[in-house]
Design a protein around this ligand. Structure first.
Ligand code: FAD
Length: 716
């Protein structure tokens, strides 16, 4: 059988087409508001690209108010801002939003301002991109004008879908804006002849604005005869193959490609002598507190689809306090064997105890280049990979583009180029983004790719702590906090053949499982007298919620919607209410409704006994539970399957509680499906029961939300 090669190689050298930044560049102000660093990273990317396009971005965080002054700003302003929580501004943008919302500002306050805004959000949350939209609307109300249409990028489907084309279009918009501003100013000054600077500046821009962001690669017929193989594309003649991570099919395999510009390297990395102390011990930030896990319980039966664990932590030795509704950030390491596998693949495993010295390349072309703050000085290689880098992060296209430079096999190189190209967009989503591939998965699939350590450190983002809602009340459990979570599992797929657990939940389950004991279907820690030396310890930081708390008026009725682990904060609410009722028998307490849902009554109905007790003594007035997989096909009766079905069955009470009795509704749990479905069901309920159309019903929800009586704590 003759073998054919599926792809062709490359003709052009993609490194060659860079243009040096121009000596005289047009300034624009670039502001970002970031919670977890994404808006900041995108702003930095814009700043880097700006210089390729003849512009100079002056970058500031929205919170650095001393560094910019919008009241006087005449240059174009670009804002990149994320949204957090339930449509709230990131911490770094709170003051800015508050300031521009000041009611006394007049309608021409920002009439001099020209801006473009890129909002980041997640459409799984109902207040999608709310912070960006609020800023956009308010700037408009204050007379500012957009020089480029706003972009709203959705993390639910991939930020890059909007971010990449938005950045691509920004340069043209900036150029047009600057050109027209200049011609206006030249007319205004009556064709002032001595303005050499402005003309020179325009010339500089025009020569520099050739679109360098995307480089066109064409196919090279000759390299298609390269039969060196590699892992990628050898296809038997006559065989019809489907595309895979390493294999492309026509038309992509025959297409010319637009690939992103090669990100300029900016880190010099040196490995020094070996570190003597234990390289795996966390150097925690000041806000973190070490706490002991005093008990661990498996809440689900062995045959449940998901395993749910409850952990109790002792916070009595720390200054930490919380209210029901608050969360805690937990600092977790990457899986040690995965780290070792990655270091082995990078050829540096034997150096894992060596201290890493980082420096910014003195000659880097990257505009915003500084050492990653999340990599502490004097850390070992192993420490950095365990505690500082999100090694599971889905590699971005810029990362793939960099990997091309370190790949020797022509077919693998071509495939990596396809995957980061405009044309390979669908393949990137299908083979990398959807199965959540990591850098290690990619390196295993592309064996001739051997990136340097500096490339890896330049591209892997910070390992984020994971948040967990308090599932207890400190009032009834002094010095203790409970958290409840499902052990996340990524099932095997063609691109990643082994099952993988979530970084944090996998780690936590390993941490507690060896010391758990079986006890009547539940697992518990053994009773140990002085357990502090044997019990696992973790670092946590407080993450208070701004609004997701019980109403201060105890007489106000509340509706809680929390299927699965979404019940966590409501257990805290109910424990708190129980204690309040015991201690204040004369006070009046409003009705409490809980809508809970799970798969099977007998396998994953978590907190079943505790809820029964809350009901029996009157803390919980109404409990509605739905079981999505316990449907009985033999009867005509249709049982509620999901929480929204029970909301529908109790529609009149829901409306009474919210509108006649000024009650509150709280929704907690899965953002992907549940929160959206509940939101849609509430629109239906309100429009039916209040006899208004759907648009009006949506306004009713917006109004409840504004009054902080429709509250969400959802996660994906
Ligand atoms: P990771 O390794 O980070 O993986 C999780 C990611 O993988 C998610 O993005 C998810 O969408 C994706 N994913 C999951 N399964 C698959 C799959 N099969 N295939 C592909 N992708 C997949 N969680 C709780 O359980 N209980 C809580 O009380 C809780 N409270 C929270 C409160 C807040 C304020 C926030 C922001 C989040 C909360 N979370 C809670 C979520 C929690 O922080 C973690 O995200 C979750 O536990 C997973 O962490 P991990 O490191 O184990 O998973």
């Amino acid at each position: 059988m003759r073998l054919l090669l599926q792809w062709s190689g490359l003709r052009s050298n993609t490194r060659s087409s860079f243009v040096m930044p121009c000596a005289s560049q047009t300034r624009f102000l670039l502001l970002y508001g970031s919670q977890r660093g994404q808006a900041k990273a995108i702003a930095e990317e814009i700043a880097v690209k700006a210089s390729d396009h003849g512009f100079a971005a002056e970058v500031s965080c929205l919170s650095e108010e001393e560094k910019y002054n919008l009241e006087r700003e005449r240059s174009p302003v670009v804002i990149v801002v994320s949204t957090t929580g339930d449509g709230e501004p990131p911490d770094t943008a709170i003051n800015f939003v508050k300031k521009i919302k000041t009611k006394t500002l007049c309608s021409v306050h920002f009439a001099h301002l020209h801006y473009a805004l890129l909002g980041l959000g997640d459409s799984n949350y109902s207040n999608f991109c709310n912070c960006g939209k609020t800023i956009d609307k308010r700037l408009g109300e204050l007379g500012a004008q957009q020089f480029y249409a706003s972009g709203y990028a959705d993390d639910g489907v991939g930020l890059e879908l909007v971010v990449e084309p938005w950045i691509e279009g920004l340069w043209d918009a900036l150029r047009k804006f600057v050109t027209s501003a200049m011609s206006t100013s030249q007319k205004d000054t009556n064709n002032h002849v001595g303005d050499h600077n402005a003309k020179n500046e325009m010339r500089t821009i025009e020569s520099a604005v050739t679109d360098l962001n995307l480089h066109l690669l064409s196919l090279d017929e000759s390299s298609s005869k390269d039969e060196s193989g590699g892992s990628c594309n050898i296809v038997a003649e006559g065989e019809v193959l489907e595309a895979s991570l390493t294999r492309s099919v026509s038309p992509l395999s025959e297409s010319s490609l637009n690939v992103p510009a090669l990100p300029a390297p900016f880190l010099d990395v040196e490995l020094l002598n070996e570190l003597q102390q234990d390289p795996t011990l966390l150097k925690p930030p000041e806000t973190a507190h070490q706490v002991v896990i005093t008990s661990a319980k498996q809440l689900t039966r062995e045959d449940a689809v998901k395993t749910t664990l409850l952990l109790e932590m002792d916070i009595s030795e720390t200054p930490l306090v919380y209210e029901p509704g608050d969360s805690f950030d937990l600092l977790c390491p990457n899986n040690n064997s995965e780290v070792e596998e990655l270091l082995l693949r990078l050829g540096i495993l034997e150096k894992k105890h060596h201290i890493v010295k980082l420096q910014v390349k003195p000659d880097t072309k990257r505009k915003v280049s500084r050492l990653p703050l999340y990599i502490p000085e004097h850390s070992s290689l192993q420490y950095i990979f365990m505690w500082c880098l999100e090694i599971r992060a889905i590699p971005k296209k810029a990362f793939l583009r960099s990997l091309v430079e370190y790949t020797t096999n022509e077919h693998e190189k071509r495939r990596l180029q396809e995957l980061c190209s405009k044309q390979g967009f669908a393949d990137y989503n299908h083979f990398i983004r959807n199965p959540s591939l990591s850098i290690l998965d990619l390196l295993c699939a592309f064996p001739s790719c051997m990136p340097t350590l500096s490339v890896i450190l330049e591209h892997l983002p910070k390992l984020q702590p994971r948040s967990y809602s308090a599932a207890s009340s400190i009032y009834s459990n002094p010095g203790r906090v409970h958290i409840v979570f499902n052990i996340v599992e990524f099932p095997p797929c063609p691109e990643r053949p082994a099952l993988r657990k979530g970084v944090c939940t996998g780690w936590l389950s390993n941490l507690v499982l060896p010391i758990l004991q079986h006890s009547g279907g539940q697992m518990m820690l053994p009773e140990i007298q002085d357990a502090s030396n044997v019990l696992p310890k973790v670092y946590i930081c407080s993450r208070p919620s701004s609004a997701f708390h019980l109403p201060s008026d105890t007489a106000a009725p509340i509706i809680m919607v929390g299927p699965g682990t979404g019940i966590s904060p409501f257990i805290g609410f109910l424990q708190h209410r129980k204690k309040q009722r015991e201690e204040h028998p004369d006070v009046s307490f409003g009705e409490t409704w809980l809508f809970f849902g799970c798969r099977h009554k007998d396998r994953d109905f978590i907190f079943r006994d505790e809820l029964g007790r809350f009901q029996a003594e009157g803390t919980l007035t109404h409990l509605r539970v739905s079981f999505s997989r316990d449907q009985d096909d033999s009867t005509e009766e249709v049982k509620p399957k999901y929480v929204q079905d029970n909301l529908r069955l109790n529609a009149q009470d829901v409306v009474r509680v919210l509108f006649k009795e000024n009650g509150y509704i709280y929704i907690c749990g899965d953002a992907k499906n549940m929160a959206k479905n509940v939101h849609e069901e509430l629109i239906d309920i309100f429009s039916r029961e209040l006899q208004i159309d759907k648009l009006e019903a949506m306004k009713v929800i917006a109004d409840l939300r504004e009054k902080k009586r429709y509250l969400q704590d959802i996660w994906s």
